[in-house]
Design a protein around this ligand. Structure first.
Ligand code: NAG
Ligand code: NAG
Ligand code: NAG
Length: 367
């Protein structure tokens, strides 16, 4: 009964959890279906080392928010070092290359920014300029074509500087072969117009930087996208529900705590999906699991108001009460669902934060 009625995602999770005792092909089919619902072509490989989640990403996850409107996915990228890096020996002019080639083609850019860290040092009135390298220059032949995409005044007290890169990111996803990176320049804004260099916005690694130190200081591209599944849902006018706080595992409710007399009526029941049970804790960074809930119970005649029935369900229940052989009773199904956020590493070891809609039952009803 539940299998036919519950929503697809929750149902697939239930199947995966419940099928520990089932044969491998059934389990594989359940896993495939679930991965496809999550928009993943295959199961990402297990993490080799503990996941290094950028601080900005962890904050987003903890706040349970994506800053760009309509985005349901956030991805983070670090600069990929190339031989071109040697052409930028200075501290305040550097080309950053972010390899976004792994972003699925159904995803549309809703926002992108590059964050820079400032190390302690003298403070001055500075400005950071960010350019999209539309065409690289060729030595002695042509000048590069640069398009200024953001210009950010730097205030002395700020530790983190954020520049908008959405103009470039949109172009890269549209024309993947023309991603020539971003050019960053940090200028001293002085009355006399000279560009004095101050060594405290960190754009490139110094030989003395330890790996961990640089990990925290290096520029980070955050890309906010909307995938086709989320776009279709939005265009269908499905309302975005307020994301509920992820419940901690200790709040997990156990089936045997259910009271007998409450079992009959259609209502929300506890169901905690533990990703370790599904065998997914090696690629999902957080959460460890979540409260999915499910709907179960009877939809008896006459249908009570609190059972959230539609007019149709009321009629169907009525017909069933007169002639049970003609139609079944209305079905106890989720009538309101909410989303959860998941943090995971993709195949290229980039950290991805995705908001999945309709993962958690908020209310049940007879339909
Ligand atoms: C970007 O990543 C893809 C996939 O990992 C790789 O094939 C490609 O060579 C990379 N591009 C550059 C310019 O590093
Ligand atoms: C221009 O301003 C900078 C920074 O304020 C200063 O160091 C430099 O001496 C000035 N140059 C001239 C020619 O005044
Ligand atoms: C009916 O829906 C509301 C709002 O979604 C929910 O609070 C309530 O628990 C639902 N009723 C049942 C029986 O689940």
């Amino acid at each position: 009964m539940r299998g036919a009625c519950a929503c697809a995602v929750v149902c697939a999770l239930v199947a995966l959890c419940a099928c520990a005792g089932l044969d491998e092909s059934t389990r594989a089919a359940a896993e495939r279906q679930l991965l496809s619902l999550l928009g993943l072509p295959r199961r990402p490989p297990p993490r080799r080392a503990p996941a290094l989640v950028p601080r900005a990403m962890r904050l987003l996850y903890d706040r349970s928010a994506l800053p760009a409107a309509a985005a349901n996915t956030a991805r983070s990228f670090y600069h990929t070092p190339t031989h071109l890096d040697d052409r930028f020996p200075g501290e305040h002019r550097f080309r950053l290359f972010f390899n976004v080639s792994g972003v699925p083609t159904d995803e549309v850019v809703r926002g992108a920014d590059v964050t820079f860290q400032r190390a302690v040092g003298p403070t001055g009135k500075q400005r950071l300029l960010l350019y999209d390298v539309v065409r690289p220059g060729r030595r002695g032949k042509s000048e590069p074509i640069l398009r200024l995409i953001d210009s950010v005044p730097l205030r002395p007290a700020e530790g983190t500087v954020r520049a908008d890169a959405s103009g470039a990111a949109r172009r890269w996803l549209r024309e993947p072969r023309d991603n020539h990176g971003l050019l960053v320049r940090v200028l001293e804004e002085s009355a006399n117009g000279t560009d004095a260099l101050y060594p405290h916005v960190r754009v490139r690694r110094r030989a003395t930087d330890e790996h961990e130190e640089w990990q925290a200081l290096q520029p980070l591209l955050m890309l906010y996208t909307e995938d086709s599944r989320a776009r279709e849902a939005r265009e269908r006018g499905e309302t975005r529900l307020v994301r509920s706080k992820r419940a901690a595992p200790h709040k997990r409710a156990r089936a045997h705590h259910r009271r007998k007399e409450a079992r009959e009526m259609c209502q929300r029941r506890p169901l905690f999906v533990d990703f370790a049970d599904v065998g997914w804790s090696d690629w999902i960074v957080a959460p460890h699991g979540y409260d999915a809930y499910y709907c179960q119970g009877d939809c008896p005649f006459p249908l009570a108001d609190h059972l959230n029935g539609t007019n149709h369900a009321i009629v169907q229940t009525l017909v069933n009460s007169v002639n049970p052989a003609a139609v079944p009773k209305a079905c106890c199904v989720p009538t309101q669902l909410s989303s959860i956020s998941m943090l995971y590493m993709d195949e290229k070891n980039n950290v991805v934060l995705k908001n999945y809609q309709d993962m958690m039952v908020v209310g049940c009803g007879c339909r």
